[in-house]
Design a binder for this molecule. Structure first.
Ligand SMILES: Cc1cc2nc3c(=O)[nH]c(=O)nc-3n(C[C@H](O)[C@H](O)[C@H](O)COP(=O)(O)OP(=O)(O)OC[C@H]3O[C@@H](n4cnc5c(N)ncnc54)[C@H](O)[C@@H]3O)c2cc1C
Ligand code: SF4
Ligand code: SF4
Length: 1001
């Protein structure tokens, strides 16, 4: 078998290629090693540096790029979200990213039931636009929030509901594409074909006729066969025909071709009516085998999906705070033994009653099969939606395993006939244990395609085990007459199995198709035709030669520095993983490139990507840049280079990824670590110092008469802000917070420490720098609310100052100063935590620092105790209310209350308490704004070079939502959020403490 075109063979023309692309197109051209590195991987185990990356702005740009590449003999690799699991989007080619500009809906024709789209459109975005027409595109892949239609067609993707709707190939009506020489061709029904499309269609038809007997003998009959090219469109072999009326559609030749035949320009997709109702029966099994055996009977009830979640996955979900309560809604007996497997059986249709009846039929069927009382009946739409989200997160939940052993995808989507599913899974489980591994099973039981990934350490002999397991799995697939590649495509890990599946004659025929379409082998070479070996180490992301640079880290990353047992999944003690960077590199390597951070739906992650759509400004892009730098793949001393700095430039440290990245990549913490090294080596700027030391000098400003007044002139006297910007790079377009003399500590608010210790309801209100210096009324409001309910409130302070968490130092990478500040606070607060006196704070980013960064600064158990005792104002009051100790008398609220959650509150799931607290106000109807980061993000929005992007972040949802509700009270607990709202929408937002105070009777 040939290796894909080696990088050296095409390097010769790279510079010239870039030059021509720059002069002949309007697209973005990237040839630097960091940018190429960010496109070198997908969600597979493979990595290959592209020749260059091109982000076209127009269709003309793409044609020009294809022609330039053809002139220079450079391969072309079209790319969508890059979420492929088999290495389809890795290759030494000119990678063309369709997702930034080539993502429009071109036409919706409801009468004829189709939609025309560009290939870079994301499935969820398409379906959001279709929803108002009561139709949808039903190939519902788990990666719907980031997978593009072009990528889905490239892989012939399949969703959870493929039993009802089929695969991608069953739902594509036409493809307009460019061939390898840039020529356009339109692929649709064979009977209407003309020109080059007809010529190619006729050629493939003659091949199909020539090989008819071989096709009938060798072609898998299961619906979930996605390997190779669809040579059987002229004589369908699948249990589901390509078209309902038996007509041949040449577009189907291109579906599943993984970018190796043609470049999709636009696709015509069949629309399906959006089902009005859905019901769900969740069948709990005490035996995995029985679950698998039941699938063949359950499908006779005509469900729209039957999806498996096994015990390991249930356990993992239960141990994850984000999923625990949801997965437990699926269990018959939450307190009892965890089921070995559950099957999610969905019914959908126009009327609810028949679907409810279907669930009852399922209950009866299960009783008949000897499993009475094992079905959770889920009729509520919201509960169903939540449970589907957990199922969709299945793979990612699995991938959160720490250590170098990871669940590896290479036989994760073999498809077998349902009658053999139980035997097949049992046999394969035995294979895993033979090789010292174990598989976690989940996904599409309805169509016999179960996902399973044995845990392998690719750095330590994983490749050999991978081959051995693949060979045994293949033998099983053959025995049970299945398909080796049933969902995720061929790519690198299954390419070599095409010949195994179809035999030499058909493989040769597939090669002839490739040659007819792409005679010079320029479109994604090495995919489907002439693939490399799946275990070719030179193509691995983590080959045995992978090494990390030694690094003395500023924060404690030892909890990532572990290894795991592939069978029990137990991890070794922190610090024993052998990482020369103390666990930092291993934390970075947790990014498996699944692309979930490319989402735009609810949640925060990733605001910088949401406004730029640049891979560089995406959590994944940052993680890849860091990984490559830490493993010396970006050149000497790359870790402290501008490449890495630039990748962090727009990261607003919102901590969105900390919660929303399925494998827990915490880029905000990584940014602190990175800045601490970068700034130590390159020096801190005046602006860095002004921001970092703010908590210290703020007290002097308040203490010296007249100084606050003078400094505030910057906001009013024309020209001063401009001069300030020249000197400090703090944007002249921003007003700065107003200095004042009556800071919280000079105002003598609250009670003495003696009174606190003597009180029955003591509470320490920690006045942070921002509320304490600039918004004393928030502190006063909190004290008033607490005192009105009988609490004794003490505000700690020290001589000439206050205790600071060190947040501003952390944001500037001054970890030593932050640690000193934090240590001082920790020492001072121990006397309260020792007495179990709660510590509460108003500024989310400050109080949550005590629960987050403090734990990785080397303070040991005292930090854990403080973290446990520290709460936001609203968290404390809600827990007190639940315990019956807080029941204030409040006036009714007539006005709408619009709530913007601070990113760190969202990251710690600490927004709900604000809503609960507001609901204590009679008639209050708080409404959460579905917003990502406000864009101010501490000092980010004040920085002159970030002012514009900061406002763009706010304009995504936050500011428009506020403008649409001119009479609403706006609530924002974060001081920078309040400032952004004032600057962007000219509205005063209030801390929840102020709103409660306003409603005290
Ligand atoms: C966590 C996780 C869950 C997944 N779940 C599913 C699932 O439920 N079902 C499923 O089927 N897959 C699943 N996948 C695999 C993957 O998400 C899908 O295959 C997805 O459709 C790929 O879309 P993409 O935009 O990321 O494509 P990419 O990975 O970018 O590209 C896929 C292929 O399409 C080609 N391509 C892209 N654009 C064009 C174009 N314009 N012209 C020609 N060729 C093009 C590429 O060259 C490549 O070969 C999952 C992956 C992950 C990581
Ligand atoms: S950062 Fe997280 S969400 Fe983004 S690709 Fe990596 S693992 Fe996925
Ligand atoms: S911290 Fe926020 S901005 Fe930075 S990578 Fe994570 S989600 Fe993106």
């Amino acid at each position: 078998m040939n290796k894909p075109l080696a990088l050296q063979e095409v390097m010769i023309d790279t510079k010239f290629l870039a030059k021509r692309l720059e002069s002949e197109t309007s697209g973005e051209v990237m040839t630097d090693v960091a940018s190429r590195g960010r496109y070198a991987t997908d969600a597979s185990i493979y990595q290959t540096m592209p020749v260059a990356v091109f982000v076209p702005k127009t269709a003309e740009d793409i044609v020009a790029a294809i022609q330039i590449a053809a002139d220079l003999g450079v391969p072309v690799l079209p790319r969508g979200g890059g979420t492929s699991q088999c290495g389809q989007t890795t290759g030494p080619a000119l990678v063309i990213d369709n997702t930034k500009y080539f993502r429009n809906i071109l036409d919706i024709n409801l009468e004829q039931g189709y939609v025309d789209v560009q290939p870079g459109i994301v499935l969820d975005h398409l379906n959001a636009a279709l929803k108002k027409h009561q139709v949808w595109y039903p190939v519902d892949v788990s990666t719907a929030a980031q997978a593009t239609i072009g990528g889905m067609a490239g892989n012939n993707s399949c969703g959870s509901r493929s039993i009802a709707y089929g695969n991608m190939v069953h739902n594509v009506l036409g493809v307009d594409a460019w061939l390898a020489d840039g020529q356009a061709a339109s692929f649709g029904l064979m009977k209407n074909a003309t020109g080059k499309a007809l010529e190619l269609g006729q050629f493939v038809q003659s091949l199909a006729h020539q090989h008819q007997a071989e096709i009938e003998a060798k072609w898998p009959k299961v619906m979930r066969r996605v390997a190779g090219y669809n040579l059987d469109i002229f004589n369908n072999q699948s249990e589901r025909p390509y078209t309902q009326d038996g007509q041949v559609n040449l577009a189907h030749l291109l579906v599943g071709s993984e970018g190796s035949l043609a470049y999709y320009k636009q696709l015509r997709l069949a629309l399906s009516p959006l089902p009005k109702h859905k019901t769900l029966g969740v069948v709990n099994f005490t035996s995995f085998y029985e679950a698998m055996d039941s699938a063949q009977h359950i499908v006779k009830l005509m469900p729209s999906a039957v999806e498996l979640v096994d015990r390991t996955m249930i356990d993992l979900s239960r141990s994850n705070p984000a999923f625990k309560s949801v997965i437990e809604t699926a269990l018959i007996d939450v307190a009892g033994k965890t089921p070995e497997a559950i099957l999610l059986v969905e019914f959908s249709g126009e009327e609810l009653a028949p679907l409810e009846k279907k669930v009852k039929d399922l209950v009866s069927l299960m009783a008949d099969l000897g499993h009475p009382g094992c079905v959770v009946e889920m009729i509520n739409a919201e509960s169903q939606k939540n449970l589907w989200e957990v199922r969709k997160a299945g793979l990612n939940i699995m991938m959160s395993l720490k250590g170098d052993g990871k669940p590896v995808s290479f036989i994760e989507d073999c498809a077998v006939p349902l009658e053999s599913l139980a035997e097949y899974t049992q046999d394969l489980t035995e294979v895993f244990s033979k090789y010292g591994s174990r598989g976690t099973w989940y996904a599409h039981a309805s169509v016999g395609t179960l996902h399973v990934r044995p845990i392998l350490d690719m750095r330590r002999g994983g490749a050999q085990k991978m081959r051995a397991i693949a060979e045994e799995a293949a033998a099983l697939v053959k025995r049970y007459k299945g398909a080796f590649s049933g969902e995720h495509g061929d790519g690198i890990c299954r390419g070599e199995w095409i010949q195994w599946q179809f035999g030499p004659k058909l493989t040769e025929a597939l090669g002839e198709i490739k040659h007819a379409f792409d005679p010079n082998n320029l479109f994604n070479p090495g995919k489907i035709i002439n693939p490399p070996k799946m275990d070719d180490e030179s193509l691995f992301r983590f080959p045995q030669t992978y090494r990390v640079i030694p690094l003395k880290t500023s924060l404690d990353w030892s909890s990532w520095d572990v290894q795991n047992d592939p069978v029990t999944e137990k991890t070794t003690a922190p610090g024993t993983g052998g990482d020369p960077s103390g666990g930092f590199a291993k934390a970075v390597e947790m990014c498996n490139n699944n692309g979930h951070c490319r989402k735009f739906d609810a949640g925060t992650m990733c605001p910088s990507y949401r406004v730029t759509r640049d891979e560089k400004h995406l959590t994944r892009g940052r993680a890849n840049t860091l990984r490559l730098a830490l493993s010396n793949q970006l050149g000497k001393d790359a870790f402290l280079s501008e490449d890495v700095k630039e990748a962090f430039d727009l990261c607003v440290s919102c901590k969105g990824c900390k919660r929303e990245c399925p494998t827990g990549v915490d880029m905000a913490k990584m940014k602190i670590e990175y800045l601490s090294h970068y700034k130590k080596s390159h020096g801190w700027t005046l602006r860095d110092r002004l921001i970092a030391h703010l908590p210290r000098y703020s007290h002097h400003i308040a203490a010296i008469p007249g100084l606050a007044f003078m400094l505030n002139l910057r906001n009013t006297i024309p020209g001063l802000a401009f001069l300030g910007e020249k000197l400090t790079q703090i944007s002249a377009k921003r007003s700065l917070p107003t200095w004042r003399r009556d800071t919280a500590w000079r105002s003598m608010i609250g009670s003495t420490e003696d009174a606190l210790f003597a009180s029955a309801k003591p509470v320490v209100l920690w006045a942070d720098t921002f509320n304490g210096c600039f918004e004393t009324e928030n502190i006063k409001a909190a004290v008033n609310v607490l005192e009105a309910s009988g609490y004794t409130v003490h505000i700690p302070q020290k001589k000439q100052g206050h205790y600071c968490c060190g947040r501003t130092y952390l944001a500037s990478g001054m970890v030593d100063e932050a640690r000193a500040s934090a240590q001082e606070l920790l020492d001072a607060f121990t006397r309260y935590t020792d007495k179990n006196i709660p510590i509460i704070g108003l500024e989310p980013s400050c109080i949550l620092t005590l629960r987050d960064e403090f734990l990785v600064m080397g303070f040991g158990d005292s930090a854990k105790t403080l973290a446990k005792g520290s709460q936001t104002f609203e968290e404390f009051l809600v827990s007190e209310a639940t315990a019956g100790r807080f029941a204030p008398e409040l006036k009714a609220c007539e006005q709408q209350i619009l709530l913007h959650g601070h990113c760190h509150q969202k990251s710690f799931d600490a927004v709900k308490p604000i809503i609960s607290l507001l609901k204590m106000i009679p008639q209050a109807q708080p409404q959460l704004i579905e917003s990502s980061c406000c864009g101010m993000a501490g000092s980010f929005g004040y920085e002159s070079e970030h002012h514009q992007v900061s406002l763009q972040m706010a304009e995504m949802q936050l500011l428009p939502a506020i403008r649409q509700a001119p009479d609403a009270i706006v609530l924002a607990d974060g001081s920078s959020c309040r400032h952004q709202i004032k600057d962007g929408a000219d509205r005063e937002a209030l801390h929840v403490a102020r709103i409660l105070e306003m409603h005290l009777k």
